[in-house]
Write a protein that binds this ligand. Sequence first.
Ligand SMILES: Nc1ncnc2c1ncn2[C@@H]1O[C@@H]2COP(=O)(O)O[C@H]3[C@@H](O)[C@H](n4cnc5c(N)ncnc54)O[C@@H]3COP(=O)(O)O[C@H]2[C@H]1O
Ligand SMILES: Nc1ncnc2c1ncn2[C@@H]1O[C@@H]2COP(=O)(O)O[C@H]3[C@@H](O)[C@H](n4cnc5c(N)ncnc54)O[C@@H]3COP(=O)(O)O[C@H]2[C@H]1O
Lengths: 141, 141
Amino acid sequence: LTTEDVLNKDIMDLIIPSDVVAHVQTINPLEHALLVLVKTGYSAVPVLDIDNKLKGIISKTMILNNIFGIERIEFEKLSKRKVQEVMKADIPILKVHDDFLTALKLSIDQTFLCVEDEEGFFKGILPRSALLKYLNHFLQD
Amino acid sequence: LTTEDVLNKDIMDLIIPSDVVAHVQTINPLEHALLVLVKTGYSAVPVLDIDNKLKGIISKTMILNNIFGIERIEFEKLSKRKVQEVMKADIPILKVHDDFLTALKLSIDQTFLCVEDEEGFFKGILPRSALLKYLNHFLQD
Ligand SMILES: Nc1ncnc2c1ncn2[C@@H]1O[C@@H]2COP(=O)(O)O[C@H]3[C@@H](O)[C@H](n4cnc5c(N)ncnc54)O[C@@H]3COP(=O)(O)O[C@H]2[C@H]1O
Ligand SMILES: Nc1ncnc2c1ncn2[C@@H]1O[C@@H]2COP(=O)(O)O[C@H]3[C@@H](O)[C@H](n4cnc5c(N)ncnc54)O[C@@H]3COP(=O)(O)O[C@H]2[C@H]1O
């Protein structure tokens, strides 16, 4: 592999496709999101709306911040709040034709990147581990 | 930067030094660890013993897995359990003279790597973002 090969790498070869990406919906109660995060073990997952369009990301950190009160852990908020009230909506989004360098630069500050096609349909995620694995493969040679 | 420069990069130039790394101690109650994780916003932090030797890693995921019961969230476990009962002790550890490629390979499966000196004293952590930032810098040129 040359540096040229790496810069021309198709990011779609590295993504986890949407059908095997755990996600939750905007209208789910927070309790459901916490259950999905605990059951899968993931720190954060994408949030989609009922049309399967990407709306944001929800994490254990966001949920815990929301239920940690001054006196105690306010667990009752889990059933009262919805995912869309707590999720982070302002996230960088990769398009399917974005180049490797664009993905690498964005992954410096994101543990994974969500990928959409031209019409805005969610195609999957690009986790940091996939980029690190590919770069390790390149440097090993 | 050439590939040669990258392969010879000193990992100590990239680490977060121990004095600015949030950590907890083996004998702390789980409640304290959760509080540190929520206050700092970190998903996971190193666990040190009273001699400041590295003993493992504790994460929000490990704590939540521990208190999520079948019927309800057993948050009384937070004050009853100690960090050492829940932490992950079997973690890869970088030595200060390990090379860049060793760090890169280990970072494929770890969100950060703990770094020790020859005598086993904790020197800091190497987060994935530091490796990604350096590799992006290399490929940008
Ligand atoms: N079940 C599992 N099997 C093997 N290794 C596992 C694992 N769960 C976590 N890891 C390892 O731990 C890293 C951090 O996971 P985390 O859940 O914090 O952070 C994850 C999670 O928030 C999200 N993610 C990864 N795969 C996902 C999926 N299939 N569905 C939804 N979200 C996913 O992307 C983040 C970065 O993933 P990345 O692979 O770079 O990095 C992962 C991976 O190296
Ligand atoms: N306060 C903050 N300011 C700016 N960006 C922030 C941030 N907190 C988190 N991030 C961003 O989110 C990524 C994931 O953070 P997380 O807490 O899951 O996972 C973190 C955390 O578990 C641990 N970590 C990082 N810095 C730490 C520190 N000073 N003390 C203890 N643990 C640290 O290393 C993991 C990987 O860190 P990495 O930098 O690769 O990746 C970080 C960073 O890109």
